[in-house]
Every structure is written in structure tokens, then in C-alpha cells.
Design a protein around this ligand. Structure first.
Ligand SMILES: [Ca+2]
Ligand SMILES: [Ca+2]
Length: 366
């Protein structure tokens, strides 16, 4: 009899714990959103077929713990990844090493504590808060072209020397950010200390840290929105090999400007950077882009972009330029779009022939 009573107490406690857990879970608010985009691209000169690219499915979960605390996670499936889990070796061990296509990236995963508008604290991994475009890389329906200005200011490749050329695309560390209203103007800032670049991408294998930030000021002018912006990034990293390291210190400064007047927008940024090696030698490189667009009847947005990259400012024959124009048709303004564009790419090096790139895409936000 007594045992049954104890059993009942245990049961009651268990039920209370479960109910408490359920109510706690219910108090946590989870919202999902994301992006989808698929493109068709045909490069004019190279002997390549037109390619249909399932560019991205981006899934973003926003988990609100309480009024001031949230966790944000963004998972991106780029180019329709297929991951092959193979059985290898006589011992039957499984190795996840045969990726046959695409990329799977957790591009944002951080906790944010926001006690005030002017002060938010984040810890985790994030797209580096640099410039207008880096953090909205996958937010395809929020801009006109199929990609952000990747030839120039947001240039990136898969090796450590060039990923990215001007700043690290993803950063892991601590972030401070906030907005301050000044009259009818608005000052926004970001400041971060992160692991910095390493020889193996996304793995911190050195003691050095990176520091970066961004300052954006929407001027208090009626009827026209003028927003100067400046970003910076610095770190020290090994861009040779782990066996024979060559340590370089890089500093990049990226000034820019956005002007919005009625349905017209102009957005532009420079990237100025230098790398200094331990022996004192240095290289300077720079890039520039300008985007302009005008929306007609809330449906049609013709756009134009000019981009330039000079990988070595002190030497000739290595500049690349691209001019892109096109049209976005808004099924739903800035939420779902069909994009058409033609780009013309030219090279300072006379041995490289210019060529056209024809592309079309669909971009959806949800
Ligand atoms: Ca480091
Ligand atoms: Ca040059």
C-alpha cells in the first residue's frame, strides 16, 4: 500500500515535470523562414553547355527563448547537394568523404542577447557583418541580380589566399551591434572579434584573431535616404602551407554609399586592401562595384551593375571588369521574382578574350 503511494507521488512528480517541460517548450517561440533560388546560366565564349543550377534552399529558424534572447540558425543547401556515405575498408568503417555535388553550410548559428536597441550581443557563427551584401548572400529576393557583387568587393574562392580576398566570409566569435536614432537619422554599428582565417577553412588552427566592424549612418534628410557606410576587417594568417608558413597581416577598408529616392536606388562600395608579409613586402589590391535600379509599376525593376577587380594594384594586365544589365519581374515585390540578365566580362590582359554571360533565375522568400 505504502509502495503504491510512493509510486503515485513519483508519478505525480513526473507528470508535473513533463507538464512543466511542455509549458516551457510552449513558451519558446520558433519561427521559420527561408529562401529558394534556381538559375539557368550560359557563358557565351567558353565551350560550356547552359547549366540549370538549383542554387540554394535556405532554411532559417529563429528561436525566441525570452523577450531579449533568441537563437538563430541558417542552414543552406547550395547547388542541390548529394552526400554519399560510403563503406570503406575491410573493417566496414563508414566515411563521409565522398561529396559528389553541392554544399551544405550552417552559415549562421548564434545566440543573441538584446537588452537594448543600441546594444545587442551575439556569440557563435555568422556571415561577417561587412558591407551591404555579405549577410544577405542567400536572401535572393531582396536584390535584383542573380548574385551579390562576387567578381569584385565580395570576391571569394575555395583557397585560403582568396577566400575571401578582402575579408573572411563567415566568422566565428563575439559580436556587438546596435542602432541609435539621431534626430530622424539612424546610426548602426557592428563590431566583432573572431577566430580569423586559418589554413584549413572553417577550422581555427592558429592563435591569431580577426577584428572587424561596420558603421552605417542614414542621414536625417527628408524625402531622400542617403546612407554612407564603412566596413573594416583585419587579421593575421598563414596563406602558404602548415609546413612552411608565410604569415601575412591583412587590413581591408570598405567605404560605400546608398542613395534611395522614390523608386530609384544607387548602391556602391570600394574595397581597398593590403597584405604585409613578415619580411616587410606588401601587396595592395582593390575592387569596386555600383548597382542602380528603378522599380516601375511595383512590378518591373530594370537594373545595371558595374564591377571591377584589380588583384594587384601595383601591376598591370590583371584587372577584370563586368557590366551586367537586366530585368526583375516581381510576382510579389521583393518576395518572389523572376530575373533575367546579360553580363559582359572584359579583361585587361589582351590574351584573355571578353565574353557574354546570359542568365535567368527565380528567387523566392518564404
Ligand atoms: Ca585563429
Ligand atoms: Ca593591377
Amino acid at each position: 500500500m505504502k509502495k503504491i503511494k510512493v509510486g503515485n507521488k513519483v508519478l505525480i512528480v513526473a507528470v508535473v515535470i513533463v507538464l512543466g517541460f511542455i509549458s516551457a517548450v510552449e513558451a519558446v517561440e520558433v519561427n521559420w523562414n527561408g529562401y529558394f533560388g534556381t538559375n539557368v546560366v550560359k557563358e557565351g565564349l567558353r565551350d560550356k553547355p547552359a547549366t540549370i543550377d538549383p542554387f540554394v534552399l535556405s532554411l532559417i529558424s529563429n528561436i525566441r527563448i525570452d523577450e531579449k534572447t533568441r537563437i538563430l540558425g541558417q542552414l543552406d543547401f547550395e547547388h542541390g547537394p548529394f552526400i554519399d556515405i560510403s563503406v570503406k575498408g575491410d573493417d566496414g568503417s563508414k566515411l563521409l568523404d565522398l561529396r559528389t555535388s553541392g554544399e551544405l553550410t550552417l552559415s549562421n548559428v548564434y545566440v543573441e542577447y538584446a537588452p537594448f536597441d543600441f546594444l545587442k550581443i551575439r556569440a557563435g557563427k555568422s556571415f561577417a557583418p561587412i558591407g551591404f551584401y555579405n549577410q544577405i548572400f542567400y536572401a535572393l529576393p531582396t536584390y535584383n541580380l542573380l548574385c551579390i557583387p562576387e567578381l569584385s568587393v565580395y570576391h571569394r574562392k575555395s583557397n585560403i589566399r582568396e577566400d575571401a580576398l578582402f575579408f573572411q566570409r563567415y566568422v566565428v566569435g563575439l559580436f556587438l551591434l546596435g542602432d541609435i536614432n539621431i534626430g530622424s537619422g539612424r546610426l548602426s554599428y557592428d563590431l566583432f572579434v573572431t577566430n580569423g582565417r586559418s589554413f584549413r577553412l572553417h577550422v581555427d588552427d592558429n592563435d591569431e584573431k580577426s577584428i572587424g566592424g561596420r558603421l552605417k549612418f542614414q542621414l536625417p534628410i527628408p524625402n531622400i535616404r542617403i546612407t554612407p557606410i564603412v566596413s573594416f576587417y583585419t587579421d593575421e594568417f598563414n596563406f602558404a602551407t602548415p609546413v612552411s608558413p608565410v604569415w601575412v597581416t591583412q587590413l581591408s577598408v570598405l567605404p560605400g554609399l546608398e542613395v534611395k529616392w522614390q523608386e530609384f536606388t544607387l548602391r556602391s562600395e570600394f574595397a581597398l586592401s593590403n597584405r604585409r608579409k613578415e619580411d616587410g613586402s606588401k601587396e595592395d589590391f582593390n575592387a569596386f562595384y555600383a548597382d542602380a535600379w528603378y522599380t516601375l509599376f511595383e512590378r518591373f525593376t530594370p537594373f545595371l551593375r558595374f564591377e571591377l577587380l584589380d588583384p594587384d594594384a601595383d601591376k598591370g594586365k590583371d584587372q577584370e571588369r563586368q557590366i551586367t544589365f537586366g530585368l526583375a519581374y516581381h510576382l510579389s515585390p521583393w518576395v518572389s521574382q523572376i530575373k533575367l540578365q546579360i553580363a559582359y566580362r572584359t579583361f585587361e590582359n589582351p590574351d584573355k578574350k571578353p565574353y557574354f554571360i546570359y542568365a535567368a533565375g527565380v528567387a523566392l522568400g518564404f
